[in-house]
Design a protein around this ligand. Structure first.
Ligand code: HEM
Length: 209
C-alpha cells in the first residue's frame, strides 16, 4: 500500500510539472514578452490576464496548488537522499543533479517573485511595467531574475526529457537522444523569450535584437 501511494505521488508530481505548471510557465513568458513592444502593450496584456473570468479559481487550481504540491514533493525527492539509481551516462547524471539544484532555487525565486508581485497586487499595489522596471533597475535583482528565468527554462526543458522517460514515451536510446535535442530546443527558445522580456524592462532598445 505505501508503495502504491509513493507511485501515485511520483506520477502526480511528474504530471503537474508539465500540466499545468509547464503550460503556465509558457503562457507567463508570452505575456511578459509583450514588454518588448512597449510599456502599454505589456500593461494591456497583464490587465487582460487579470480580467479573465474565474480568475481566483484559475489562480488557485491551475497555478498555486499544483506548484505547492510539486514544490513540497520535489523537496521530499531532493532530500530523501536517494541518488541517481538509473544507469545513465555522465551527461545525464549532471542533468539529474541540475534538475534538483534548479528546483530548490526555483522554490526560493518563485516565493520571492510571488511576494513582490501577486501579494503586493492583493495589497492594492499597481503591478505594471513601471513596477517591474523599478525592480529590475537593481543589478542584484536583475541577476536574480535572470537566474530565476534560466532555472525555470532549464528545469522545465530537462523535466520534459525525464517526463517522457517516466511515462514510457521514450523507451529506446534513440528516442531518448532525439528527446535530448527537443529539450535543448525548448530550453533555447524559452530562454530567449524570457531573457528578451527582462531586457525590455531595463532598456527597451536592448530588446530590439
Ligand atoms: C517553474 C516551476 C516548475 C516547473 C515548470 C517544473 C517542472 C518539472 C517537470 C516537467 C519535471 C519532470 C517530471 C518527471 O521527471 O517526470 C520536474 C521534475 C522535478 N521538479 Fe519541478 N518544476 C517546477 C518547480 C519545481 C520546484 C519549486 C521544485 C522544488 C524543489 C521542483 C522539484 C523537482 C524535482 C526534484 C524534480 C525531479 C523529479 C524526479 O527526477 O523524479 N520543481 N519539474
Amino acid at each position: 500500500m505505501p508503495e502504491n501511494r509513493e507511485y501515485f505521488n511520483r506520477r502526480l508530481h511528474s504530471l503537474l510539472g508539465v500540466i499545468p505548471i509547464g503550460i503556465f510557465l509558457i503562457q507567463h513568458f508570452i505575456v511578459n514578452h509583450f514588454a518588448v513592444y512597449g510599456a502599454s502593450s505589456f500593461n494591456a496584456a497583464a490587465s487582460f490576464m487579470e480580467s479573465l473570468p474565474f480568475r481566483y479559481a484559475l489562480e488557485i487550481f491551475i497555478i498555486f496548488l499544483p506548484i505547492l504540491y510539486h514544490a513540497i514533493y520535489g523537496l521530499y525527492i531532493v532530500f530523501q537522499g536517494k541518488n541517481n539509481t538509473r544507469r545513465y551516462g555522465y551527461f545525464r547524471n549532471w542533468m539529474f543533479l541540475l534538475q534538483r539544484v534548479t528546483g530548490v532555487f526555483l522554490l526560493i525565486f518563485i516565493a520571492w517573485h510571488v511576494w513582490e508581485t501577486r501579494v503586493q497586487a492583493a495589497l492594492g499595489v499597481d503591478v505594471n511595467y513601471d513596477m517591474m522596471a523599478d525592480i529590475l533597475s537593481s543589478p542584484w535583482m536583475l541577476a536574480f531574475y535572470i537566474a530565476g528565468v534560466l532555472s525555470a527554462t532549464f528545469h522545465f526543458a530537462n523535466g520534459l526529457w525525464s517526463f517522457a522517460v517516466s511515462w514510457g514515451i521514450t523507451i529506446t536510446p534513440r528516442s531518448q537522444l532525439i528527446m535530448t535535442y527537443v529539450s535543448i530546443g525548448v530550453f533555447v527558445v524559452l530562454s530567449f523569450v524570457g531573457i528578451r522580456a527582462i531586457l525590455a524592462f531595463i532598456n527597451p532598445d536592448l530588446a530590439n535584437i
